[in-house]
Design a protein. Structure first.
Length: 161
């Protein structure tokens, strides 16, 4: 459970921690809050949708629900996955609809102290800054925290927000 502390400057600081599922897309490790992840899937049979944007891989059936599959590499203008390599997916919800985010791999669950959370640095690649809430500095690398709402807010312009 998170405890809140009010500083002298009246800002509120959470003194707890949060759990994140780590994923990898094009060599970049990202974190998604555990509570936002509904399922983790191996490669699935995906039915294409005519006239859909190129970053929509299609739809899949997940226990009787139709789930839209989003190719994160295409969505973020990254190079395609290497030939012969299969993608995985994490299922998240946006506007009460399930979406399968196609990723390269799933890592581990990390529990990170809220006090270590930072705003996105200006040196972070623009693609990641556009879809990240902020970062955690891990040993030897940054862990951008994926903002699913910004990533899937495609009704505005078809590009990552």
């Amino acid at each position: 459970m998170n405890d809140l502390v009010v500083r002298n400057d009246l800002s509120v600081v959470s003194t707890g921690s949060q759990d994140f599922v780590t994923i990898v897309v094009a060599g970049q490790m990202l974190g998604i809050p555990v509570l936002a992840v509904h399922d983790v899937l191996n490669a699935q049979n995906i039915t294409s949708i005519p006239l859909a944007p190129d970053w929509v891989s299609g739809v899949l059936n997940l226990r009787g629900r139709i789930v839209t599959a989003i190719n994160l590499r295409r969505r973020l203008d990254l190079p395609p996955i290497e030939d012969g390599k299969k993608s995985m997916s994490v299922v998240v919800e946006y506007n009460e609809e399930p979406y399968s985010l196609q990723i390269d791999s799933v890592g581990e669950v990390l529990s990170l102290d809220d006090q270590l959370f930072e705003r996105n640095p200006v040196t972070l690649d623009q693609r990641w800054r556009d879809v990240s809430r902020g970062i955690y500095r891990l040993e030897g690398e940054l862990l951008p925290i994926l903002d699913v709402n910004r990533l899937l807010a495609f009704e505005n312009n078809g590009k990552a927000a």
